[in-house]
Design a protein around this ligand. Sequence first.
Ligand code: DOR
Ligand code: ZN
Length: 353
Amino acid sequence: MSPITAASASLNSITLTRPDDWHLHLRDDAVLASVLPHTAKQFARAIVMPNLKPPVTTTAAALAYRERIIAALPEGMRFEPLMTLYLTNNTTPDEIRRARDSGLIHAVKLYPAGATTNSDAGVTDLRLCYPTLDVMQQCGMPLLVHGEVTDPAIDLFDREAVFIDQVMVPLRNDLPELKVVFEHITTKHAADYVSSASGPIAATITAHHLLYNRNAIFLGGIRPHYYCLPVLKRESHRLALVKAATSGNPRFFLGTDSAPHSKGAKEHACGCAGCYTALHAMELYAEAFDQAGALEKLEGFASLFGPSFYQLPVNSGQITLQRQDWTLPMELPLGNSTVVPLNAGETLRWKAV
Ligand code: DOR
Ligand code: ZN
């Protein structure tokens, strides 16, 4: 393990240990080939989400997907995909043992059925999964949680808070040693819960949830590129997330949830959920930490706390971010279509160099 270097912060530039993205959607085929270089340029590794069509539910499928990712990596780029399995009602304890024995599968993702993109095969009743979760607890395999209830009677903006009471607390009472990552948290409730809960729990936080509140979705008209799940919340929640991310608490670390959808699928009568940030993720996090006057806390959040939770070595190598204006393109190639990045056409104040 390389020594932990304090981030060298100065007014106009910051150098960090090379970061990792602990929550990423890479998709597959031509889309994978379009997006992978953006992530590989900024991050050494990423936890790769398994919500493909069909979902990645077996060790064999995850290892085959890993090979496709490595094959899609441009010549000369280095990047390590950290694979995950998609939990279903039928995932067996043996499948978890196979995943663990592969050494290449680092977590299992819980999508409550119907919660988000390609979650139809997700879990309908978590109690059906208890024998499997018990094996995960025994072998230290983290459960990554999309923490929203799907009951249509629950207001969309309350789904994360209700999930904590109805699902997260009972689950962790029943399986107190299960490693859990509360993914892409969006509320003060979740930040407070993760800060104060006992046992092995952490949370990822996206750059867009640190920078924007729900007004961004409706500023002068409906703005589909700011629509993701869990949806952006009100300002008091954004402030709580910034406080958690910049606190230096190792339970909070970086996960972009960069989720590419084609321009047409976003700018649609029923637009898909997901913000594309892989191109400029570290710049967005630098902006958020800079606004909070906490650039010196970025290295822990981006580069040190994730490896510690996942029991992986800290990366060697570094990344430097400079205070430098640059303008994002309006669109980027995405397979045979295009993707509109978050902040398309806007000028950012930080640039990875
Ligand atoms: O906004 C989102 N997009 N949230 C998710 O949970 C899934 C993701 C996707 O896969 O598009
Ligand atoms: Zn996601």
